[in-house]
Design a protein around this ligand. Sequence first.
Ligand SMILES: *Cc1c(COP(=O)(O)O)cnc(C)c1O
Length: 366
Amino acid sequence: MIPLFEHFPTLAEKLAYVSLGNFPTPAPRLERLGGELGIDRLYVKQDSLSARVYGGNKIRKLEFLVGKALQQHAGEILTFGYAGSNHALATAVCAEQVGLRGISMLLPQPNAHYVRRNLLMGLHCRAELHQRANVATLAAETVQQLLGHKLTTGTFPLIVPPGGSSPVGTIGYVNAAFELKEQILAGELPAPDRIYVALGSLGTAAGLVLGLKAAGLATRVVPVAIVHPSMAGKASLLRLARRTNALLRKLDPSFPSVELAGNEVEIRYEFFGHRYAGFTEEGMAAVSRMYDGEGIKLDGTYTGKTLAALMRDAGDARITGETVLFWNTYNGRDLSAVTDTIDYRKLPACFHRYFEEDVQSLDTSA
Ligand SMILES: *Cc1c(COP(=O)(O)O)cnc(C)c1O
């Protein structure tokens, strides 16, 4: 039984849910990196290990989203992302696990090794991959796909928004906060003063902000924007948290009504760089620091930029003496056993350029 359902049994009856991962994820202390940074109590929440085949933060959301697809008897799940989208891949992997199929509507992005890996893994999981030129034509192309799939399969695919960040998906991170509370009560780690987490489509941070308060924890969430600031506003984050709160209360009125004040969340915008998935010097320095100190692999698009924020705050002595939790949202499973065996020319031709062109210069990790 997941922690949220233990606290609110009515939700267990009302919410579609399918177990897709391994929870709780570990939350060990980072002794060496913490020592170097002058943060005695530095911990990591390893959502990187959230599932056996492909981990990362999207699994928690997909347990509710795929649950909904099964409940609605959809045969396919259509979602959106950039070419190397961790979310689109996680959706395809999870869909396949329960006998469904993922359809990915993908936009162009800067090239990187992980883009190649994720595309090949998507192919391996039978995902239908479509490259779309830009956001302007995406809606029309999506409608076309939906109608086409309805004609051939008889049912519409379930549509999942980018990043899985609907209120239903966001519940995954409300549950994660209750999971963390259980680990604190079990003495695995002290209650954190701050959680550093990457901010993309908002669901992870919004779910944590709501869930921590509902679980009675005073932890401050520090979301680090890795998308353009115009897409990661505080008002949008709080709106998603409130909509998720309203959904939970509609299903179970005993779920608390949480007051969310804007000054409790400080979104960081200084680590984004120039564009989405454009790696930064500071972000890649953080990736190396984590790997050298703790043997944990981070990425240049999300978690490296997030750790860079934590490291800069440590350098400015802003968080010394605090208990700090770094929420690792990046997949930690090695895909090479599968991806090394696949010829990229089996992908739709529009994706070949990611294999034929160089990766961006800061992407040194293979
Ligand atoms: C999607 C993603 C995020 C961002 O989570 P959101 O809920 O979209 O804000 C962070 N880290 C990684 C590795 C991701 O793939």
